[in-house]
Design a protein around this ligand. Structure first.
Ligand code: ADP
Ligand code: MG
Length: 215
């Protein structure tokens, strides 16, 4: 399966979700490639930290962007069971449109506190264009880095605004702002691999995993 994590903005948690999904998927015995399509290389850095710390299972990561990515997604997809593409931040990017054209599932994290209709309108259009060549593409919006304060309803507001964008399907899972995400990524781990365990973060990642891989 080809899964991309992409969107317009930086800092919404794309790399964090990509690395968590890659670790989870590898842990269940699948041959996974994490494809780092962001010149900033955060997914590659995470993999390197993971390797240096000897955390198992190892996750294979290669960095490709620009025309090299366009040429190599499909050949790479034949070598692995799953390819998880961490697309960089720019919405006009070749990496995003190329990945959308071949992916089974696109995950679009939106940060509720910076919630922005322009982003949704643009992603809706990009997904519509991609579906002309890739009609079975699933496009899932997940609210990311939402406040973990129960009184803040920004996540609910963001979800209701999504109703206006027919190409985008909302998923009920909300990824909240939790220290566990930050800590685990800085150690080359997923949230399921750190102690003490943050059960809420683990549940969020498991729910996202189920939405992507166990549809
Ligand atoms: N759910 C979360 N809770 C807390 N911190 C997060 C969360 N998601 C991401 N972060 C932190 O925010 C920063 C940006 O996240 P990152 O995944 O690199 O975003 P992106 O790839 O979209 O630019 C990183 O320092 C990361 O550890
Ligand atoms: Mg990133």
């Amino acid at each position: 399966m080809i899964v991309l994590i992409g969107g317009e903005k930086g800092g919404t948690g794309k790399t964090t979700l990509a690395t968590n999904l890659a670790a989870q998927r590898s842990a269940t015995g699948h041959r996974v490639l994490l494809l780092d399509a962001d010149p900033q290389g955060s997914a590659s850095n995470w993999t390197q930290l993971r390797e240096e710390a000897g955390i198992m299972p190892q996750v294979t990561c290669v960095q490709k962007f620009g025309p090299a990515l366009v040429a190599e997604i499909q050949p790479l997809a034949h070598l692995y069971e799953d390819v998880i593409i961490d697309v960089g931040g720019r919405g006009d990017s070749l990496e995003l449109s190329t990945s959308l054209a071949v992916a089974d599932t696109a995950i679009i994290p939106l940060q509720a506190s910076q919630f922005d209709l322009w982003t949704l309108a643009r992603m809706d259009k990009l997904v519509a264009t991609a579906r002309e060549v890739n009609p079975s593409l699933r496009a899932l919006v997940v609210i990311g880095r939402a406040s973990s304060h129960p009184l803040v309803s920004e996540a609910a507001e963001a979800l209701s605004a999504l109703a206006d964008y027919p190409q985008l399907q909302r998923i009920a899972t909300v990824i909240r702002d939790r220290i566990a995400y930050r800590r685990s990524s800085h150690e080359g781990k997923s949230v399921t691999e750190i102690a003490p365990a943050d059960k809420k973060a683990i549940k969020e990642v498991q729910d996202l995993y189920a939405a992507v891989f166990e549809k």
